[in-house]
Every structure is written in structure tokens, then in C-alpha cells.
Ligand binder design. Structure first.
Ligand code: ADE
Length: 242
């Protein structure tokens, strides 16, 4: 491949957590084929004292420790100075905007991303402002650090890179690509524990199958994720469309 690989540059206190699960399966094979590249940077290497201190107590009091802005900025600036391309800076945090399939697609269309993994109670707010860092959340729950969230984001992006998923169709059909959840799937055997595969899927009538799947997608989205259903149908629900 002549093109430079999509590059994940991960700033972390735990570089050994990468590639972790992304060393296997689709992502692992894609990395071996240089479709994407992973560079880890140990934030501790940018500490300024002999104890390699990276964090300190929060001003104003409270539990936990906060990553120091000077140490983190030094790590970010060094990563940017060595990079050939400017990449978006992303800080995974439960305080961030929700990571969506749309944002995942945008990131996959770019050259890569710098992921800044926090630990402790977080990072000093000033470094987020000063370096124009995008804050993204992978869900409304709290993980013990940004590393697992970074792995989630990278997994979602890497599988969209050209050449990673066997079929572009499978990526286009799945949950969220049309704003709906995916329809249910069945395989052999036709009868299992007295449960039958829906007849329509055995009919060979592709138009009927397409319609059934669409209806199932709509039904599960309505029932399970009314928030997505409202977003997907906004104008229709207002009566402007059948
Ligand atoms: N770090 C800790 N919890 C997180 C979450 N839910 N999303 C992103 N980063 C996190």
C-alpha cells in the first residue's frame, strides 16, 4: 500500500494495555496488513521530577488525583512535533459528547487520531482548552480510565477502514448506519428447541425478505430505543410523510 496507514497515537500511563483486544481478529489482521498503525506514548516519560510525578491533588479539595497540565501538554506537543500529519486530539471522558457512528465514520475518513487517556479523577481543564481537545464519551457509565474507551473508539473506527471488513454491504446494513437497529439474524438449524426460523427468510423472495427485515428493524428500534426512533422518524411522526 502506498498510502500512509490510518494512525492511532495513544497517550497513556499504561502503554501495555495496547493493542490489547485490537491485536486480534479483524483489527489485528488489519494492523498486520498496515491498514492502520498504533503508536503508544507513555505520559510518564514527560514528568519533570525524579519521582516521575504525573498527577496531583485537585485544587478545591475532593477525592482522587488530577493529571498535571504541564506533563500532559508536553506529551501532546511532543507527539504533534514528531507527526507528519495533524490529527484530531481526543480525550475520552464520561463528560464528553456521545460518540456516534457519524463521528466514527468521520474519523475513519481522516488520517488518524491522537487519543489522550486519563486516569484518576481526570485531567486539568486548562490543557483541554489550550490544546483544543475534543471530549468524547462511550456511554453513560464510568470506566476506571480512558484506555478501554479508547479501545472502543478505535475498534469502531478500524472496522470501517477500507479493506478491513470483508463486505462493504455488511457495514452498510448494520445497526445505526440507517439510524435504526439491525434486524434479527438466524442460521441453521431451521428448528431449534421448538423454535422455528421465520418462514419469510426461507422463502427465497428477496423483496419480501427486505421488507420483513426493514419492519423488524423499525419495530425493535421503536421498542428498545425510542430516542433513536424519534430521531430517525422526526418528520414522519409529525405527519409530513407516510
Ligand atoms: N473514561 C471513563 N469513563 C468513560 C466513558 N464512559 N467514556 C469515555 N471515557 C471514559
Amino acid at each position: 500500500m502506498a498510502d500512509a496507514p490510518w494512525t492511532a497515537r495513544v497517550l497513556t500511563l499504561y502503554p501495555e494495555m495496547f493493542p490489547g483486544p485490537l491485536g486480534h481478529s479483524l483489527a489485528g489482521a488489519a494492523r498486520a496488513r498496515a491498514i492502520w498503525a498504533l503508536e503508544t506514548v507513555d505520559i510518564r516519560g514527560f514528568a519533570r521530577d525524579k519521582h516521575a510525578t504525573v498527577d496531583d491533588a485537585p485544587f478545591g479539595g475532593g477525592p482522587g488525583m488530577v493529571l498535571r497540565p504541564d506533563v500532559l501538554a508536553a506529551a501532546i506537543d511532543d507527539a504533534e512535533a514528531r507527526a507528519e500529519r495533524r490529527l484530531p486530539l481526543i480525550y475520552p471522558t464520561p463528560r464528553g459528547a456521545s460518540l456516534t457512528q457519524r463521528r466514527v465514520r468521520e474519523l475513519a475518513a481522516g488520517d488518524g487520531a491522537v487519543l489522550i487517556c486519563g486516569r484518576f479523577e481526570g485531567v486539568d481543564e486548562r490543557v483541554l482548552e489550550a490544546r483544543d481537545i475534543e471530549e468524547l464519551s462511550v456511554g453513560d457509565y464510568v470506566l476506571s480510565g480512558g484506555e478501554t474507551a479508547a479501545l472502543v473508539l478505535l475498534d469502531a473506527v478500524v472496522r470501517l477502514l477500507p479493506g478491513v471488513t470483508g463486505s462493504a454491504e455488511s457495514a452498510a446494513e448494520e445497526s445505526f448506519e440507517a439510524g435504526l437497529l439491525e434486524y434479527p439474524q438466524y442460521t441453521r438449524p431451521r428448528m431449534w428447541e421448538d423454535r422455528q426460523v421465520p418462514d419469510v427468510l426461507l422463502s427465497g423472495d428477496h423483496e419480501q425478505i427486505r421488507r420483513w427485515r426493514r419492519a423488524e428493524s423499525e419495530r425493535s428500534t421503536r421498542e428498545r430505543r425510542p430516542d433513536l426512533w424519534r430521531a430517525a422518524t422526526g418528520s414522519r411522526e409529525n405527519g409530513t410523510n407516510g
